[in-house]
Structures are given as C-alpha cells and as structure tokens.
Design a protein around this ligand. Structure first.
Ligand code: ADP
Ligand code: MG
Length: 337
C-alpha cells in the first residue's frame, strides 16, 4: 500500500510567507471561521494574523511559544492520528518566530473570559510581560521585524517583497480552495498596489466551486469540472479545466495542491507527477489550447487515517508518497476519460 512520509524540514520558516502559513495553520487548528492577515508591504515589518478560533487556554499560555511544546498532543498515542487532525503539532512555529523576529506578541481570549490578555513573548519563547487587552474570542498573533536576527537574509528578503506578497496571496487562495467555508482576508499595509488586497467571504454553505469563482473568476471556474479517483484507499479530488474548455477562458494561474485539505508548497514525488499528468491531459484534450502554459489545477488528496508515518518529524507542507499507484490509477483514468 501507499505510505506517506513527511519530511522534516530544518528550516521551519524560510521566508515571510511561511510565517503566514504557520499562523494560518494555528488559526485553523483553533477552528477559526475567519482569518485576517495583515502584512506590511515589505513583508517583514509587520506580520499579523487574527482569528476567531477558541483562543489559547490560560494553562497553555506559558508554553505557547516554547520550543517543542504543543497543546495538540496530550498523550503519546495521539501521535498516531495527529496527522489528520491538526495542521501543526511540532510546537516549533511560535518558538522559531520569537527567535527570529524583533517582537512577538499574542492577544488571546477564550470563551467565558471577561477580558483578553496580551502576552509579550521574549526571544527565548518565555512570556516577558502581560496586560489586559480588548479582543473578542480568538487570537491575534503579531510579529514585527521578522528576520531581525538574520541580517543577511533580511537584506535579501527586502529585495523580494513583491514576490513574497504574491506568494502570501496565492497561499491564502489555496487555503480558501481547501477550506471554502472559512473567511480569509489579506490586507497589505500601505500597499503600493491595492490589487494585492484580497478577501474571500463565503456563505455558510459555500463549497470549492464558490471559492474557485473568487480565485480564478466565474468564467474560468465554469470551464472546470471534477475528476475523482480512488487508489489504495486514497482519494484524489481534482478540479480541472474540462476537455472542452476554451483556451481564452483557461487562466494561467497555476496549481493549488493540498493533502487532507492542507496546502502543500513543495511539489515532489507523486504530487509532482500527478500535476504533470493533469497538465498533459489539459493540453491534449482541450480544443486549440494555445497560450495555456500553467493552467488552473486544483487537487486535494484525502488520505486514509493511518497513512501518516509519525516517526518522521512532520514538516507538514513537504509530503512524499512512497509508491506511485496513484499516478498509475490517474493515468488509466485519464486515458479512459
Ligand atoms: P504547534 O502548532 O505545532 O502546536 P506552534 O508553535 O505553532 O506549535 O503553537 C504552539 C501552541 O500555541 C499551540 O499548540 C496552541 O496551543 C497555541 N496556539 C498558537 N496559535 C494559536 C491560535 N491562533 N489559536 C489557539 N491556540 C494557538
Ligand atoms: Mg502551529
């Protein structure tokens, strides 16, 4: 059977978009239905993520930003199925952010609390001061001067602000496609170009198609259809341009790939092969598709409950499937279809 390896990444936070990704994962783990990202236009001065999730319980607050501490594994046995339940469980994101940034502060409030608390976090992850704050139930994490402690990286990152802003936007669009009932908002502080701001505000019964309308536009989304495949207990769900799609309506927005509704950024192994296969299918079947270089592809793989290898440190956006039955199944399906 197919097994999955989650490859440990030595660099938890390689650029500002990975900070946003970790903070969004935490918000989703806290069952937020609304996530608001604010980021300064150079992507380093301020990175803030606000959610309406369940907040951080008082007893978990001292540990929140300590390395390797997580509220998500209470017992060792949890590790077995933790892959499916939580987006993060390494307890490394906040600790790494604290270490690499000018400041990290967390405002949080749980249900039933009269007032929210503002926690100032020191570089070593310990609480360095706290205060009362005004905040509805949920959490706001605010990072300033990201990469402060890595001046060389900081200088390099400052040259790529617009690339990182685009990456954050695409990341959030990927989340919206995976989690179409969640509200996502991106606001770039003092944006040079207002078009970078983005918001997806779904109705309660929204589905992927609604999110797709928002991400790729109604015209392009109406040219797409579902392909669902099963292989070895894995389900491949793909939303792709139809064989009859008109080239002028297929937009070159690229692929949005997720595993168990978690966007993945590094495309390798089976995931990469599947994307190549879908691209071939789109190129082959659609009539006169010239100018289609990087068509919209949405794919989510739903994994069976026991498929994660929990012995390997899980950097969740770096997933490798060990055998390629899925590719074989997809190829057969594509030839038939
Ligand atoms: P992990 O997500 O792997 O547990 P993190 O460093 O990302 O590690 O977060 C540490 C802990 O802080 C989490 O286990 C959780 O208890 C708490 N936490 C962080 N962000 C949030 C949030 N937005 N809402 C609720 N709890 C949070
Ligand atoms: Mg986390």
């Amino acid at each position: 059977p197919t097994t999955i390896k989650l490859i440990g990444s030595t660099q938890v936070l390689s650029d500002p978009s990975s900070v946003v990704k970790e903070l969004i994962d935490n918000a989703l783990d806290a069952r937020a239905s609304s996530i608001v990202v604010e980021i300064s236009s150079n992507t380093l001065d301020v990175i803030q993520v606000r959610d309406n999730g369940h907040g951080i319980a008082p007893e978990d607050r001292p540990m929140a930003a300590r390395r390797y501490s997580t509220s998500k594994i209470r017992e060792f046995d949890d590790l077995k199925d933790v892959g499916g339940r939580w987006l993060g469980f390494r307890g490394e994101a906040l600790a790494s952010i604290a270490e690499m940034s000018g400041s990290l502060s967390i405002i949080t409030r749980v249900e039933g609390e009269a007032v929210a608390v503002l926690l100032k976090i020191a570089r070593n992850g310990e609480i360095d001061g706290q205060d009362r704050a005004s905040h509805p139930m949920g959490t706001t994490v605010r990072v300033t001067d990201f990469f402060k402690s890595l001046p060389v990286r900081k200088q390099a990152a400052l040259k790529h602000s617009s690339k990182y802003l685009a990456k954050v936007k695409k990341l959030m669009q990927g989340y919206a496609l995976c989690r179409p009932k969640t509200r996502f908002s991106l606001r770039v502080l003092k944006a040079a170009n207002e078009k970078i701001n983005w918001m997806y505000a779904p109705k309660p019964d929204a589905n992927l198609e609604d999110a797709a309308f928002k991400v790729i536009g109604r015209e392009c989304a109406s040219q797409c259809e579902w392909t669902i495949m099963e292989s070895d207990g894995f389900e491949i769900q793909a939303f792709l341009p139809k064989p009859t799609a008109e080239a002028s309506k297929v937009r070159n927005v690229g692929h949005f790939i997720s595993v168990d509704s978690r966007p993945v950024s590094a495309l390798r192994g089976v995931l990469k092969q599947l994307v190549v296969l879908f691209k071939e299918k789109i190129a082959k079947s659609s009539v006169g598709l010239t100018g289609v270089r990087d068509p919209f592809i949405f794919m989510n793989i739903v994994c069976p409950p026991d498929s994660y290898d929990a012995n390997i440190e899980p950097a969740k956006d770096d997933v490798l499937f060990e055998n390629s039955d899925m590719v074989v199944s997809a190829r057969i399906h594509n030839l038939r279809g």
